[in-house]
Design a protein around this ligand. Structure first.
Ligand SMILES: Cc1cc2nc3c(=O)[nH]c(=O)nc-3n(C[C@H](O)[C@H](O)[C@H](O)COP(=O)(O)OP(=O)(O)OC[C@H]3O[C@@H](n4cnc5c(N)ncnc54)[C@H](O)[C@@H]3O)c2cc1C
Length: 458
């Protein structure tokens, strides 16, 4: 229980209306987009600038109160589920674009701005941030940096962290620090910026970010190609990747994902293993590449091959792809999800996919597999009925088998969603004793352990 005296201190720092403890607001901040159990916070704070964030953390550390920062609460591993009775620091009101440097291809932003809103503003300068996740329309830049999110274009442009040049961060004690540089190259000391990227709110609060940009991609070409078998789509992916065709995206959807999308969006896509391949560049060259891709896919006996002809057609296809998550969640009453997010070296994708099919058959569970096949990052969405007593347990066992296989193949337990709560148990398996060093680093940044406790480490 947070005392009235502490609440008064927060109100003096932020103003009356930015310190909230009504039931609706607490409840909205008690969970993220994962199925991890809700935890009711004691207070939600809405700072509007860095100084206010610093004051909040000073009060929190003086009183040893746990603080969970959040952006738009779309995490899928419990990353932004708060400590029961603790504080949520909601950064969504800090959403200004502070400065655009068109000549340097850079922008400085506050953390609360939503990805797509940023790109809409940047379009006025003919600039673009290329590394957004599929949730860019609903997720904040701060959350994306803190989770080091990745997306459809990661195969060509990398993940969010690859585009972060510098950060302003408030430490647990309330001290404000700056890390990184606007210089394209910098080797001045330890790379603390990269340490903070992906730290899931456990090391500090990001209050400003300097991002690298590219010119707007004006020419995009999208291919949708279907195969009778998953292994054919995977073989086609590997041939494309090995043929120097530089796709901007290669996304995979299995028949189950497509069934969900068809139902949810009233579409009639072939219910087969499907690849979405996007090419970026000058029309003549890209059309030639599309034809080379068609020939590579033909070797794997595709059943349909479509090169989208209009912007509208491309938009519809991408909207279908982005609908997998809501489509699965809407597919049955009482449904809950154990979301999978693993990465494997691309040469091991065929072994991994074979394993997923085996686990699915053996478990009899409903699964939908989709993701960023071009960089070996797969999402296996395992759903279960919450009203069945051992539903969660069965889903967790199957999910565990999939993660363990990814690790065995030389991969990772989380390629983009972060560790949060859901992947904590796999961290030891992936990193061994190195996690003791990670814990020591956490202790240097946050000696009282108040920042997003229980995330990454139990
Ligand atoms: C439909 C759907 C599709 C998705 N697709 C993708 C995808 O393609 N790729 C992908 O990587 N993820 C995806 N996600 C997961 C999620 O959207 C991303 O991880 C996203 O980056 C989270 O942003 P957010 O604003 O919701 O952050 P939140 O969930 O609010 O927070 C995320 C983490 O960052 C911390 N945090 C938030 N703000 C700050 C800050 N300012 N300073 C320090 N720490 C902070 C939080 O404590 C938490 O640990 C998807 C989720 C959904 C629901």
């Amino acid at each position: 229980m947070i005392s009235n005296e502490i609440i008064s201190q927060f109100k003096a720092a932020l103003g009356e209306n930015s310190v909230v403890n009504d039931e609706t607001d607490l409840s909205r901040h008690s969970h993220d987009a994962s199925s991890h159990p809700s935890q009711m916070p004691g207070l939600v704070l809405y700072p509007v600038n860095t100084q206010q964030v610093a004051k909040c953390l000073k009060i929190a550390s003086d009183n040893r109160l746990p603080v969970t920062p959040c952006g738009k609460l779309t995490s899928l591993e419990g990353n932004s589920v708060p400590q029961a009775g603790g504080i949520v620091l909601d950064l969504s009101s800090m959403k200004k674009i502070i400065k655009v440097y068109p000549d340097d291809f850079q922008v400085i932003v506050e953390p609360g701005i939503v990805g797509e809103a940023l790109n809409q503003e940047l379009a006025k300068y003919h600039l673009y941030f290329p590394a957004f996740p599929a949730s860019s329309h609903i997720a904040s830049i701060g959350g994306m940096i803190a989770n080091n999110a990745g997306g459809m274009y990661a195969v060509k442009y990398g993940v969010v962290g690859d585009w972060v040049m510098a950060l302003e961060v408030v430490l647990a004690c309330g001290e404000i620090i700056k890390v990184g540089s606007r210089s394209i190259k910098s080797v001045a000391g330890f790379d603390l910026k990269s340490l903070l990227v992906g730290s899931e709110g456990t090391l500090g609060i990001i209050t400003q970010a300097t991002l690298k940009l590219i010119p707007v991609i004006t020419q995009k070409f999208l291919i949708k190609v279907c195969f009778p078998l998953v292994k054919q789509s995977v073989a086609a992916t590997l041939s494309i990747l090995l043929s120097n065709l530089e796709p901007g995206a290669i996304e995979f959807l299995d028949a189950s994902s497509i069934k969900h999308i068809n139902h949810y969006k009233s579409l009639r896509w072939n219910e087969e293993a499907t690849l979405l391949i996007e090419l970026h560049g000058e029309e003549k060259e890209m059309k030639a590449r599309a034809e080379r891709i068609r020939k590579l896919c033909q070797k794997e006996n595709y059943t349909s091959f479509l090169l989208a002809q209009t912007q509208e057609e491309m938009k519809k296809i991408w909207e279908g792809r982005k609908a997998v998550h809501p489509a699965v969640m809407a597919s049955a009453p009482n449904l809950a999800l154990v979301p999978g997010d693993v990465g494997v070296p691309i040469s091991r994708i065929p072994d991994f996919m074979e394993w997923v099919e085996k686990v699915q058959k053996e478990s009899g569970l409903t699964m939908a597999t989709f993701g960023h096949v071009g960089d070996g990052n797969f999402h296996v969405w395992i759903t279960y009925d919450r009203t069945i007593p051992d539903g969660l347990q069965k889903a967790k066992v199957a999910a565990g088998k999939i993660v363990e296989q990814a690790l065995w193949l030389g991969g990772t337990c989380t390629a983009e969603h972060g560790v949060g709560i859901g992947k904590r148990d796999f961290l030891l398996q992936e990193h061994g004793d190195t996690i003791e060093l990670m814990k020591k680093i956490k202790n240097v940044f946050d000696p009282l352990g108040i920042l997003n406790p229980g995330k990454i480490f139990a």
